[in-house]
Write a protein that binds this ligand. Structure first.
Ligand code: BJW
Ligand code: ZN
Length: 352
C-alpha cells in the first residue's frame, strides 16, 4: 500500500529521473523507525535531562560522568538497532548515482551499516563510535564500535536493580531505618555489567529510561486500555534520575597515551564541524548546479546543517521534504514536494 499521494509521487519520480546532482540532508527521524529516539519532542528526554542540554562542552566539563552515561547508553542503543529500509534505499541510490551525496547529522552508524558508500556519506556531527582525548596536547583518537560498555562503570543498570531500588524506596517510606537496603541496591546498580542474556530486557528498559515509554507509560496504557504491568509501573522517571551513579574520573574512559579523559567524537553545540567535511561539502555545492535536495527526518533547526537547504536551492535544487510532522521549518510552502510519513516507508517508495 502506497504511503504517498499518487500525484506527488508521479511528479517527483519524473523529476528524479532527470536529476544528476542530488543531495540528502538527513536527521534523527531517519533512524526513528530503527528504534532510536529523536532529539526534540517526546523522545528527546534521557532520564530527566533534555538530550540537547547534554550535547554541550559545558555539560561535559561540569558533569563528565552524566554525559558519558548518556553517550554510553546511546552507543548501546545504536549497536542493538538495525538500519531500516530508508538507510538501505539511500545507500542504493548512492551506488547507482555517483553524483549523489548524503549529509548526515546522525551519529548512530546506521547508514554505514547499510553499506552507504563512504565517499558519498559525510558525517556532519561526528560519530558515537569515535572516541578522542580531551587533553590539549594529545591527539589520541580511535574508532571503536565493538566495546560495549566502553568501561565497566558505564554498563546500563539492569531492570531488576531498578526494581530493587524502587521496592527499597517503598519500604523506606513504610519503615524507618531501611537505609542499608537502599545503599545495597544502589551499589548493585553501579556494579551491574551488561550480559548477553539481558540484551532484550535492556532494550525495553533503555526505552523506559529514555522516556519513550517511561514518561508516557501510564497515559499510554490507559489510552490503549491495556492492563498496566506492575513491574513497568514501578519505574518512575524521577526515581530513575535519582539513581544516576556518581562515577569518579578514574572510572571514566581514559586515554591510553596520556591518561587524560576521553570523550565521544561527536560535535557539540558551539563546536566546529569537522573542517575537512565542511570543505568537501562547500566544494561539492559550489561545483555545479544541483537538481534536488531531500530533507529527511530533521527539524532543520541546527546550523550549519540546516543552511544547506537554502544553499542547494540557490544552486537550482528543488526541495523534497520527508517528515513525520508537517511543522518542520522547511514547510510545505518552501518545498516542492512534502511527503508526510515515516521515512522508512516513504523513502524506499519515492526512490524506487
Ligand atoms: C521523522 C520520523 C520518522 C521523527 N520519519 N521523520 C546560525 C544561526 C543560529 C545559530 C547558529 C548558527 N550557526 C551556528 C549556530 C549555533 C548552533 C546552532 O545551530 N544552534 C541552533 C540550535 C540555534 N550550531 C552549532 O553550535 C554548530 N557549530 C557551529 O556552527 O560551530 C561554529 C559556530 C559556533 C557557535 C556560533 C556560531 C558558529 C554545532 C552543532 C552541533 C549539533 N550537535 C548535535 C549533537 C550531536 C551529538 C549527539 O548526537 O549527541 O547534533 S545537537 C542535535 O541536533 C544533534 C542532531 O544531529 C541535531 C539536529 O537534530 P535533528 O536530527 O534534526 O533531530 P530533531 O530531533 O531535531 O528532529 C527530528 C525530526 O524528525 C523531526 O522534525 C521529526 O518530526 C522527524 N521525525 N520521526 C520521518 N519516523
Ligand atoms: Zn591523551
Amino acid at each position: 500500500r502506497s504511503v504517498v499521494a499518487p500525484a506527488d509521487l508521479e511528479s517527483f519520480r519524473e523529476h528524479l529521473k532527470k536529476c544528476r546532482r542530488v543531495v540528502a540532508l538527513v536527521g534523527a527521524g531517519l533512524s526513528a523507525a530503527s528504534g532510536l529516539p529523536t532529539f526534540r519532542g517526546a523522545g528527546g528526554l534521557w532520564r530527566t535531562h533534555e538530550a540537547t542540554d547534554l550535547a554541550t562542552p559545558e555539560a561535559f566539563e561540569s558533569n563528565p560522568d552524566l554525559v558519558w552515561q548518556f553517550y554510553s547508553f546511546r552507543r548501546h542503543m545504536a549497536l542493538k538497532a538495525a538500519p531500516n529500509k530508508a538507510h538501505f534505499a539511500l545507500a542504493e541510490l548512492a551506488r547507482k548515482n555517483k553524483d549523489f551525496i548524503t549529509l548526515s547529522q546522525n551519529v548512530d552508524g546506521l547508514s554505514q551499516r547499510a553499506e552507504h558508500p563512504s565517499e558519498q556519506l559525510h558525517l556532519l556531527h561526528g560519530s558515537l563510535f569515535n572516541i578522542k582525548c580531551t587533553s590539549f596536547y594529545c591527539n589520541y583518537t580511535r574508532n571503536d564500535d565493538f566495546t560495549d560498555p566502553i568501561v565497566p562503570a558505564l554498563a546500563i543498570p539492569k531492570k531488576s536493580s531498578f526494581a530493587k531500588i524502587d521496592s527499597g524506596k517503598k519500604q523506606e517510606k513504610k519503615k524507618e531505618g531501611m537505609e542499608g537496603e537502599k545503599r545495597d541496591a544502589e551499589k548493585e546498580t553501579k556494579e551491574t555489567l551488561a550480559d548477553e542474556d539481558e540484551v532484550a530486557s535492556q532494550k525495553d528498559e533503555a526505552e523506559d529510561t529514555l522516556g519513550k515509554k517511561g514518561v508516557t507509560t501510564k497515559d499510554q496504557t490507559k489510552e490503549e486500555g491495556k492492563q498496566e504491568d506492575e513491574s513497568d509501573d514501578e519505574i518512575d522517571i524521577s526515581d530513575i534520575s535519582n539513581h544516576i551513579p556518581n562515577l569518579s574520573a578514574d572510572e571514566l574512559p581514559q586515554c591510553p597515551e596520556c591518561k587524560g579523559l576521553l570523550r565521544p567524537g561527536v560535535v557539540w553545540f558551539g563546536e566546529s564541524l569537522p573542517t575537512a567535511t565542511l570543505e568537501y561539502v562547500d566544494k561539492w555545492i559550489e561545483s555545479g548546479p544541483i537538481d534536488l535536495i531531500l530533507v529527511i527526518g530533521t527539524s532543520s533547526q541546527v546550523y550549519p546543517a540546516a543552511g544547506y537547504v537554502d544553499e542547494a536551492r540557490e544552486k537550482g535544487a528543488r526541495v523534497a521534504v520527508i517528515n513525520m510532522e508537517p511543522y518542520s521549518p522547511v514547510t510545505l510552502s518552501e518545498s516542492d514536494w512534502f511527503f508526510q510519513g515515516d521515512a522508512s516507508l516513504v523513502i524506499p517508495e519515492i526512490l524506487e
